[in-house]
Ligand binder design. Structure first.
Ligand SMILES: [Zn+2]
Length: 507
């Protein structure tokens, strides 16, 4: 019997919003090392582990470091993790490498951390060790990343219900490559535009573009994956746009035109990618008029921690307190100082605190008096399905009840509230509420499931792209900038060969 393939695996995952003024340092990351990495893995990492184990590979787990989306990662911390990973690769000398990266990590020094990381790994191992990566479909995927990876593919669903499947596929393709059954070549086509709305993949124009991609893949046996990336908007880099990648076994003559066709569909359908969020007034009217749908889970789009915002908005809380007596709710607010004061006062104490607006420019703090209901270290385990089993660290957390009806959850770190466990771990009973405020745009619908009616609200903050709202120095894209027709460029990436431009439309 031949020796098992030795595959080194790691996860280094963060979504870094440069509009968030806080730097994300080491303390925000949940880090595991060695065999601990295999303890209840989630997402891409879980898929990698399951499939590699089933294929009889010898898994060499090195490191798992992830943090809730937030501001740019401290570059020194990034460099330390990179060195640790490179040292392990040198020591283990694996046959292949499988990585779980989000793909939108930026540091205080570079907007494309994954491009830097993958390049450093490739320089170390040379062209013959396969590198496979699973990414979020909101990755800031760059040519640098594609040049240095053999296999680089994304989830296909938003909300992200298929993260494990993505990891499984990366592992399958890695094994095929190790066994000489796959010579991966990737063609990417990029169009400089972002989607103002209609971002879910199960309906609307994205569902149609994904259906077309599946049709193309089914007709071309050499095509092994088509991934469609919908851009990370909170980065300022010269490559920003919708990206379609087609991975084939050897160069596929038709991949460039298929990738160009799929990318062009974004432009053709641009009027359908509309921002159709409800206003704050409309959302409160909906809550009052539809008691049978309670509790509602309201996605605070502007202050989305799930997109790297600080989570310190008081807007919806102040509207609920001032204009909607009788509504019962749970509202998370990031405020380390207020959380510390409430914890110090202790359960049962009445406190008066200034809360919120500590980080996001332009937000207004709120003076609240309430009773401390619960205090904790803020750790909880995500129920999922998205991120099932991940430990999430809100930091020291206190719940104060205001006006006998609203539980304000004061957290030290921006809280990952896509999951009901963020609230239930703090003794908040969801079923008693009219609404739960969540700092997420899409994924909470998946994790709350039947426990709440999801609705999105248009609110200010750094977690939601609006034309003209943010400053971009390098990035050029529709609708921020006007184009008669944006240029689409298709390139071919294959490890060990220089990148080639294989097709281009005229601007
Ligand atoms: Zn995403």
């Amino acid at each position: 019997m031949s020796k098992p393939h030795r595959v080194l695996i790691a996860r280094f995952s963060h979504e870094s919003n440069r509009q968030n003024p806080e730097t994300t340092d080491e303390q925000r990351f949940v880090v595991r090392r060695g065999l601990d990495v295999l303890r209840s893995p989630s997402g891409v990492l879980k898929g990698l582990v399951e499939t590699l184990a089933a294929a009889g590979a010898k898994i060499e787990p090195v490191l798992s470091a992830h943090a809730s989306p937030s501001g740019l990662v401290d570059h020194h911390f990034y460099l330390r993790v990179r060195e640790e990973l490179l040292d392990a690769i040198k020591r283990v000398a694996p046959d292949a490498i499988g990585l779980d990266l989000h793909g939108a990590m930026g540091t205080t020094k570079t907007p494309d951390a994954e491009g830097d990381l993958l390049h450093a790994i490739r320089l170390l191992v040379g062209p013959d060790v396969p590198i496979g990566v699973g990414l979020d479909l909101h990755a800031h995927v760059t040519c640098r990343m594609l040049d240095d990876t053999d296999i680089c593919i994304a989830y296909k669903e938003n909300p992200h219900s298929d993260t494990v499947e993505c990891g499984q596929k990366v592992a399958e393709l890695l094994i095929e490559q190790l066994e000489g059954r796959l010579k991966p070549v990737t063609v990417s086509a990029q169009i400089p535009m972002v989607l103002p709305g209609a971002q879910e993949t199960a309906s609307g124009p994205l569902a149609e573009i994904h259906a077309k991609a599946r049709e193309y893949a089914a007709l071309h046996p050499s095509i092994r994956d088509i991934s469609i990336y919908n851009v990370y908007r909170f980065v300022d880099d010269d490559e920003i746009g919708q990206v379609v990648t087609i991975l084939s076994d050897g160069p596929d003559a038709e991949s460039p035109s298929l990738a160009m066709d799929l990318a062009a569909r974004f432009w053709l359908e641009r009027e359908r990618f509309k921002d159709d969020l409800l206003t704050v007034d409309e959302v409160f009217r909906l809550i009052r008029n539809s008691p049978e749908k309670r509790p509602f889970a309201i996605g605070d789009m502007g202050d989305r921690v799930a997109a790297g915002a600080p989570g310190d908005s008081t807007l919806l809380l102040s509207v609920a307190l001032d204009h909607h007596p009788g509504l019962h709710a749970a509202v998370p607010i990031t405020d380390p100082a207020a959380a510390a004061r409430a914890i110090e006062a202790g359960i049962g104490a009445t406190v008066t605190l200034s809360v919120g607006a500590g980080f996001t420019p332009g937000f207004t703090p709120l003076l609240l008096t309430g009773q401390v209901e619960h205090v904790s270290d803020g750790d909880f385990i995500v129920e999922g399905p998205l991120g099932r089993g991940d430990r999430s660290a809100m930091g020291p957390t206190a719940v104060i009840r205001v006006d006998d009806r609203i539980d304000v959850m004061l957290t030290t770190n921006p809280a990952n509230t896509i999951d009901p466990a963020a609230f239930t771990s703090q003794n908040i009973v969801l079923e008693n509420l009219d609404f739960i405020l969540v700092k997420s745009g899409y994924h909470f619908a998946l994790n709350f499931g039947v426990r709440a009616t999801p609705v999105l609200v248009n609110t200010p903050g750094v977690g939601y792209y609006r034309r003209g709202y943010f400053k971009y120095e390098k990035a050029r894209f529709w609708p921020e900038h006007s184009f008669a027709t944006p240029k689409i460029t298709a390139r071919q990436h294959s490890v060990g060969n220089p990148r080639k431009t294989v097709a281009r439309t005229l601007a």
